[in-house]
Design a protein around this ligand. Structure first.
Ligand code: ADP
Ligand code: ASP
Ligand code: MG
Length: 815
């Protein structure tokens, strides 16, 4: 025989009850001799609890009662043939009337004992099982309703009663003999004490009922039918990427459920374990799916852990005292005391100094625990051997679980790395003595982020999600979006990276969407659904959203964003930017930002600050990191200047070439902004700093391209007039170069910590001689690349290549 247990959601509606019936029927027809255990219809246990509590406070409950009645009556009307409806409706009405009497009693007494409460909530399971058995009876006449409180005997610990095993065994055995040919529908969750008063087995206890029946009747399997595909790697409501586990050991399932995986009630594992009966968690709404088998062996798995679970609300109590805490007698007294008073200690940690003990309890128990401690240890407190207990609330527990964990080194390192990288502060750590779990206490507000980050870290074969907040939607920003959009599927399939743009702002509007902004229609969404832009608000919203693997992209050219970088790093968010301002300001600022990013374990990537998408910053960094020694950098890092000198040959006049460059859109509106070399200087400065030199912009020797008269001109027109007059000057330069077989180049160099930029004439042996178009070029002379320098050359400007560089940086975040 087999136990089929269906949870509240499986019997929550007409449609789901139909699904239950077909699963039961199939098993019955296949001769599996199922015994069915049902929970109350979904939401009913909570509703009953609320009605009971309301009644005790004299609040009305009639509407809720009506709701409960209607929910059950609807099933009768839709699933039972008209001619059979009456007796069923009558019986249900009777149960509801009884319930109403009880609630009125509570109202009259203004008091709700745990005993009364158990009696009241037992009506949930009693109604649902009676009802479903009657629906089934139409097809299988052997169907019969069983009130399990006559068979499951417990102590009088109302709300969380403990099983009287021998008595229960006898009673269930007897039941199975008298009802051998029946298809039983047994109420989950409820039992009764020796006086026959109804008790309950703890919230979620129907699973336990199923295991108790399964164990007494030596079932071949205990199937727990619910609304998800078995036990998943994490709570699917919080971790969207959670996936179903095919196999778990009893211990693993116990640990996962103990630390919050609600899908199965922890005590359920005990009876099954004793008799080695497999528990199979299955999905009522996807009956073909095999679900999760819980059995003796943990089985092989591709991952070092099985799952991650969490308890979202706990309080922590800290005890310190040099005289007492840590001594074995003390802990013994403490935990015996708490156990005696039914306070469940979820987790205990002890500092290595042994002068303190930290333990976590349900927040409802914390006050009582403190009072108990104060009474029990009154003398020690008076003698200052112990300090007053300190309670901290708003905390959560996250636990990673798996039997393979103890065989795999580095598990806790991985856990703390994932938490640390995301700025999640760990308040306490405990490793289960079994080494099957490591649990940490964190702030409640970080829980969702922590679960997702840890899930990404441990199930790395799965894709990593980057959450992107982008400011600047000009040429580069919008090109980046279209590149991201095009590459989305490829990245996901080939690189297991999912990039979600969750915040976009330009100078006018900003827009957020935690599920990811559709990059086909970001413009419309920003315009229509967005709000008025404000950078400070944008950044604090980004911080409040507290998402894992978060990246801020600055695709603007303004100064303001850089003033927030430090603050952004402090909230453990990486930055990717094409904006040079932050890195080329004061050296102290450069230093501060880099150190802050490093301290918080986040990335600061700005490859596009130098040479757009060309790999320059990264190459320099890799050379330095691999222990090479930089001797010299030579570079042409201005596409505009590059274009001008590459075309200043033959008969062309310098004036014509500059004019042409401007017409082609290569220059700034005032060409002196390019020809003055400031932008080039900034790039050299950044490279110099990245190479380890504390250089300020005032240290850079910036040679002029233009004669003084052109620089002094008051307007662009005047500048061109002066440039025309300077023709001789440039022609002389050109002639001089040509006579020596050389070309003119404006070259930046870094040598011995000094940066200079100057006009030079180079011959064909120089790597910059053959430069064409508007290309950038850089050569690294190092200890390793001494004979032939390492040269990087290519287009160093343009929206497509710059956006591609930002994209590449983004993909590397967290790598
Ligand atoms: P039932 O009503 O069938 O007893 P429960 O609500 O008690 O169902 O448990 C099922 C729910 O548990 C799922 O809907 C899911 O949201 C939640 N849950 C939490 N953690 C996990 C997990 N690790 N695996 C599967 N489900 C989980
Ligand atoms: N109906 C009870 C509850 O909601 C028992 C169960 O569903 O397992 O806790
Ligand atoms: Mg449940």
């Amino acid at each position: 025989m087999k136990i089929l247990k269906f949870g509240g959601t499986s019997v929550g509606s007409v449609e789901s009850i139909k699904a239950v019936l077909s699963i039961v029927k199939e098993s019955y027809d296949a001769g599996e001799k199922p015994l069915v255990v049902l929970s109350a219809m979904s939401g009913i246990t909570n509703l009953l609890t609320k009605m009971a509590e309301d009644a005790a406070e004299g609040k009305p409950f009639a509407e809720d009662l009506k709701l409960m009645e209607e929910k059950h009556f609807e099933v009768v009307k839709k699933l039972i043939a008209v001619k059979f409806q009456n007796p069923v409706l009558t019986r249900l009405k009777l149960l509801i009337n009884e319930l109403e009497d009880l609630l009125q009693g509570v109202t009259a007494l203004k008091e709700l004992s745990n005993q009364s409460k158990d009696l009241i909530i037992s009506y949930g399971e009693r109604c649902s099982n009676y009802l479903v058995s009657k629906v089934m009876e139409q097809e299988i006449p052997e169907s019969e309703y069983i009130n399990a409180s006559y068979y499951i005997k417990t102590d009088s610990n109302f709300g969380n009663a403990h099983l009287n095993e021998p008595l229960t065994n006898q009673l269930i055995q007897a039941l199975s003999q008298t009802h051998a040919d029946k298809l039983l529908f047994v109420t989950g969750f409820i039992g009764s004490n020796e006086k026959g008063r109804i008790t309950t087995l703890g919230r979620g206890g129907s699973d336990y009922t199923a295991a108790i029946f399964g164990s007494v009747l030596n079932a071949t399997a205990i199937e727990i039918w619910t609304d998800v595909n078995g036990m998943l790697t994490a709570d699917p409501r919080i971790v969207k990427k959670a996936f179903s586990l095919p196999l778990l050991s009893y211990t693993e399932a116990m640990e996962l459920s103990y630390f919050g995986a609600k899908v199965i009630y922890p005590p359920t594992m005990v009876p099954a374990f004793m008799k080695k009966i497999p528990i199979i968690i299955r999905n009522t709404f996807q009956p073909k799916f095999s679900g999760t088998v819980i059995q003796f062996e943990s089985g092989k798995s591709a991952y070092p852990i099985k799952g991650i679970s969490s308890i979202s609300e706990v309080s922590v109590i800290n005890l310190t005292g040099s005289g007492m805490v840590g001594k074995s007698g003390f802990s013994g007294r403490l935990f015996t005391l708490l156990a005696r008073e039914q306070i469940n200690v979820i987790l205990i940690t002890q500092s290595s100094s042994e002068h303190s003990i930290t333990f976590a309890v349900n927040p409802n128990d914390s006050q009582k625990a403190v009072e108990l401690i104060q009474n029990e240890f009154e003398l020690e407190l008076l003698a200052n051997k112990l300090s007053m207990p300190v309670v901290e609330g708003d905390l959560s527990i996250l636990a990673i679980v798996g039997e393979n964990m103890k065989r795999t080194p580095g598990m806790s390192g991985k856990l703390f790395h994932a938490l640390g990288r995301n700025g999640i502060n760990v308040r306490a750590i405990a490793q289960g003595s079994s080494e099957f779990n490591i649990s940490v206490i964190i702030n409640k507000e970080d829980l969702s982020k922590a679960l997702n980050a840890v899930h990404d870290a441990f199930f790395a074969e799965l894709k990593k999600t980057l959450h992107v907040f982008n400011i600047g939607t000009g040429n580069i920003g919008s090109t980046l979006f279209s590149q991201l959009n095009k590459q989305h599927d490829f990245l996901e399939e080939q690189n297991d990276i999912e990039i979600k743009v969750v915040g976009i702002s330009n100078s006018r509007r900003m827009y957020f969407n935690e599920d990811g902004i559709d990059l086909n229609s970001w413009k419309e969404e920003l315009e229509n659904d967005g709000e008025v832009a404000d950078l400070a608000t944008f950044i604090s919203k980004m911080q409040e959203m507290n998402l894992p693997n978060c990246v801020f992209i600055d695709n603007t050219a303004s100064k303001l964003p850089s003033t927030y970088y430090e603050n952004i790093f402090q909230s453990n968010i990486s930055i990717v930017t094409c904006n040079k301002i932050a890195n080329s300001g004061d050296y102290s600022q450069y230093r501060l930002l880099h150190e802050t990013a490093r301290k918080h374990g986040v990335d600061f990537f700005y490859e596009t600050n130098v040479g757009a998408g060309l790999p320059i910053v990264r190459v320099l960094k890799d050379l330095m990191m691999s222990g090479d020694r930089l001797l010299k950098i030579e570079a042409i890092l201005s596409g505009t200047i590059s274009y001008i000198f590459n075309n200043f040959k033959g008969d062309a006049s310098f004036y014509d070439v500059v004019k042409k460059a401007q017409e082609l859109g290569f220059t700034e509106p005032d060409p002196r902004d390019d020809l003055g070399g400031i932008d080039f200087m900034r790039k050299m400065l950044i490279l110099g700093r990245d190479a380890g030199y504390p250089i300020e912009s005032s240290d850079v020797e910036l040679g002029n391209i233009l004669p003084e008269s052109c620089l002094q001109a008051n307007s662009v027109d005047e500048f061109y007039a002066e440039l025309l007059k300077a023709d001789d000057y440039f022609n002389n330069l050109k002639r001089e170069a040509e006579e020596q077989g050389k070309v003119i180049r404006y070259i930046g160099s870094l040598e011995n910590g000094k940066v200079s930029i100057s006009l030079q004439m180079v011959d064909e042996s120089h790597p910059f001689y053959a430069l064409s178009g508007s290309d950038n070029i850089i050569s690294f002379t190092t200890e390793r690349y001494k004979e032939r320098p390492l040269v990087v050359k290519g287009p160093g400007a343009g929206a497509e290549v710059t956006a591609a560089g930002v994209f590449a940086d983004l993909v590397n975040v967290g790598a």
